[in-house]
Ligand binder design. Sequence first.
Ligand code: PLP
Length: 425
Amino acid sequence: MNKNLEAARSECAGIGTQVVWAGEQVQHPYNATQTPIVLSAAYGYQDIDLWYDVALGKSEGFIYSRMSNPTVATLENKLCELEKSESAVAFSSGMAAISGVLHTFLCSGKRVVSTRDSYGGTNKIFEEFLPRMGVEVTLCDTLDAEAIEHEIAKGCDLLYLETPTNPTLKVLDIRRLVAAAKRVSALVVADNTFATPLNQNPLALGVDVVVHSATKFLSGHGDVLGGVVCGAESLMAQVRHYREINGAALDPFSAYLIIRGIKTLALRLRQQQQSAQALAEYLLTEPLVEAVNYPGLPSHPGHAIACSQMRGFGAIVSFVLAGGMDTVKRLLPRLRFAHRAGNLGAVETIYGPARTTSHVENTLEERQALGISEGLVRISVGIEETGDLLADLQQAFAFVHRELANEPASKFSTVLTERHTEVET
Ligand code: PLP
């Protein structure tokens, strides 16, 4: 599409309009209004010179879909506009995107600094795969900014941030940590999956590379896997080259589903965030709940930082149930409007304990070392009506309270009495 029209469109439009039109071409074959799903593995040329020029990148066009594909390219353009990025590269999953970035920029002898609270799969790359490649990894206490700065100052090639974190919703001060990384010329990578480009643009805060699991809020319907990496073309050219050879390209049908999902992202997120705030506030009053994690709560330790770098607090809430897994097993089956599953970001509300979702890859000992309690439950708040989600959670807790009341010898009775007193005072 005409670049000037594209720029004019994204400059003048509100975010709800941008998600619909960003990256979309207006002219498709047969005058189709929707991005076609181009399933061709390869692209044929009568003109051998043109074929050669396209292969060398001297002319625009496509050669082979592991390298680039028209449907995938539309998704990449869409993410570029939303993340205000020069370039983007799509992968077959969020983990493919994350490992693609880490493999592109790291090799034996390099040093990575990150935090202990990243998504469990990412944590596995740090703990298991990178050390095997001879990369030194230091994982700091997520909330100890001084310790992270100290480790960066010791020498660091890549700083990896995830904020808010999955599933504990910790918020990192992006500007502060970027400043520390820039002092030692480290590349900064940020996972923006939880915030989405609507709530946070890490590139605008100084981050070099943004990664997304498009499986989550971007696609929004829990029916596709994908990942996207955004950043300057000089960096994305390297990531694209890695993807070409590694082969973890996104398939065109998945790209189409993600494009379609992004068009309703603003509408979905508005409703989801309103409900997330309401559920988090209710959970604060629930005696069976030991802790509530949601950056939108003024009591959340990262609330002020979130206000300074995010436009909304997102649609994930997590909470810790007294009694651990036993209470989880009592509560979750009672919910009427919820999947109990290991995904997030979909239109349906999804509940899941960290043990079977974000940290399913980790052993009990590893989860304990990471401070992930067995009673930690994540809610991915869906687009259902706020009142219904609230009533559903309330009735599920009411059931558990009745059940516990009928078990006078319950091991939680003391805990509960103490919590009742705490919540009431
Ligand atoms: N990043 C975050 C924050 C995630 O929550 C996840 C998955 O849950 C991933 C990355 C990995 O994404 P995918 O499952 O698409 O590989």
